[in-house]
Design a protein around this ligand. Structure first.
Ligand code: TYC
Length: 117
């Protein structure tokens, strides 16, 4: 994160900005580092999507190797829901869209959702 000087209006007065005690300039010393909110991307189980298709999804869109993809798919199969990854809002949203579009193109009912951590 890059620290940058900022202009800030200081004490409010009752004379407007043109008044004799108007505005002053201060410099931020501490860098302003706001951590982005994070979102889990989850796969939901269903009775119809083939296991191999789910494994492929995890490899293609979540960069999992075959072993990790199989483990996550089986977790979802047995527990109903499982985590594919944790991302910032826009990345999570993109992953969900990519999975839902790909599943629809192949006529599988697979559901993918995101939730705030
Ligand atoms: N339950 C599916 C089956 O038995 C496999 C499956 C796993 C489907 C994970 C969706 O997110 C899912 N073919």
């Amino acid at each position: 994160m890059i620290a940058s000087p900022i202009l800030m209006e200081t004490e409010k007065d009752d004379q407007g900005d043109q008044g004799s005690r108007g505005t002053s300039v201060i410099t931020r010393t501490k860098p302003k580092t706001k951590k982005p909110s994070l979102y889990r991307v989850l796969l939901l189980n269903d009775d119809y999507t083939p296991m191999d298709f789910v494994i492929h999804i995890l490899e293609r869109f979540f960069q999992k190797d075959r072993e990790a993809a199989t483990r996550i798919m089986l977790h979802v199969h047995h527990h109903g829901v499982g985590e594919c990854g944790i991302f910032t809002y826009e990345v999570a949203e993109t992953k969900v869209s990519q999975v839902m579009d790909f599943a629809r193109q192949h006529q599988h009912p697979l559901q993918c959702v995101m939730e705030k951590k």
